[in-house]
Design a protein around this ligand. Sequence first.
Ligand code: ZN
Length: 140
Amino acid sequence: MAPFGPKIGSVPPTLRHKAALILRQAGWDLPPLPLVWSPRMTRCAGLFVIEKDARGVWRPEIRMSIPLLRRLDWPWPQVVCGVRCHTPEEIQARILEHELLHYKLWLDKVDWGHTDQFRRLAWEAFGHQSVTHGIGQEAA
Ligand SMILES: [Zn+2]
């Protein structure tokens, strides 16, 4: 047992907290967006989606795969976004960074796909050497 374990009652940081931290470290002042865990996403680790609500307003959302991102038995290290990851936490952070970058470009009203601009920002902000997730199949 570690001498200084988590305090009783402490909870691990939520996706929302992690996303806020990533945005702060990148120096991006973006409004928070809904982040949801999906039990059904089995092929893609993370997804940035925009959907029209009942009023016809586009709403962004990031979906994270429970089956892929909570899996503990990967052969380590796993290369995700071109970065060697050694823990599920690291994989989760890389995927979240990638999806937040789609969100930033969407807010900037530029092509938010895997463009040269995406590639450059992914490298500059996060050190990503690849725009493919590396686990599951790449979708967005
Ligand atoms: Zn993508």
